[in-house]
Ligand binder design. Structure first.
Ligand SMILES: [Ca+2]
Length: 253
């Protein structure tokens, strides 16, 4: 076989290989069908409190001044309004909302921003608390405590972001509750804003996939996430340096 014929064989062989590779490559990477985008829905009503807390149940103790509620313009994370809990001695303030977590969700996450300002001076002793928990709709039976913060968890006025996995509660109707408590001296005020419950399902929804994913969802570990999540994202306005004057001005003491 002379060199010209060999060269022709090599050329056509190479061309065939390239065409085959292109063909197989196209087959092994089908268009976006298998990678359907997740469709997500918002489960919280007025999570940013801009509608003055519509959808939230407020339980306040001791009573606030006439006309005051837990939704104020005092220190929102975003927008004009936010939730403003405790900040007065012996306070036990609750902000609750009933939500149904979709059964077909492949992922459900609860996120929110929270901050605190305290008159306590201990650097680590917990006197006043913010707890985030899921209850049965009766508001009595605790399903899970998702986050616990206290007077010494965060710097004053610093906004902290929390993002918690609720995947294991898919299909349940629950009461999401923020509870802030103060002891008898040196109050701590807690702020919450931009509460969001994102439930996502593959599109089109696949029941088999959803079930498999839920069963391997790890248990929520609030403590670890709490230490990992604090992120200073918002500067402290000079006028809000911790002089505690705002607490007094706020008329909550
Ligand atoms: Ca807001």
């Amino acid at each position: 076989m002379d060199r010209t014929i060999l060269a022709k064989f090599a050329f056509w062989g190479l061309l065939t290989a390239v065409l085959l590779a292109l063909l197989l490559g196209a087959r092994s990477a089908p268009p976006a069908l298998g990678a359907a985008a997740a469709a997500c829905t918002e489960g919280a009503t007025d999570g940013g409190f801009e509608s003055e807390g519509q959808g939230w149940i407020q339980q306040v103790s001791p009573a606030l001044p006439a006309g005051a509620t837990l939704i104020t313009s005092f220190y929102p994370y975003s927008g004009k309004l936010g939730a403003d809990l405790a900040g007065r001695v012996n306070a036990n303030d609750r902000l609750s909302q009933q939500v149904t977590l979709p059964a077909n969700a492949t992922s459900i996450s609860l996120s929110f921003w929270w901050a605190s300002v305290t008159q306590e001076t201990a650097s680590s002793t917990a006197f006043d608390h913010l707890r985030v928990a899921l209850y049965q709709p009766d508001g009595v039976t605790v399903i899970a405590t998702l986050l616990t913060a206290h007077n010494a968890t965060s710097e004053d006025w610093l906004w902290n972001f929390s993002n918690l996995d609720l995947g294991q509660y898919a299909g349940q109707t629950v009461l999401l509750r923020f509870t802030a408590t103060n002891d008898a001296t040196n109050p701590t005020e807690f702020f919450v804003d931009d509460v969001s419950i994102q439930s996502c399902a593959a599109e089109p929804a696949s029941t088999a996939t959803a079930t498999a994913t839920r069963t391997i969802t790890p248990t929520v570990t609030p403590t670890a996430k709490l230490t990992a999540t604090p992120t200073p994202t918002q500067g402290i306005p000079p006028s809000r340096q911790p002089s505690f004057l705002p607490l007094l001005l706020h008329g909550k003491q």
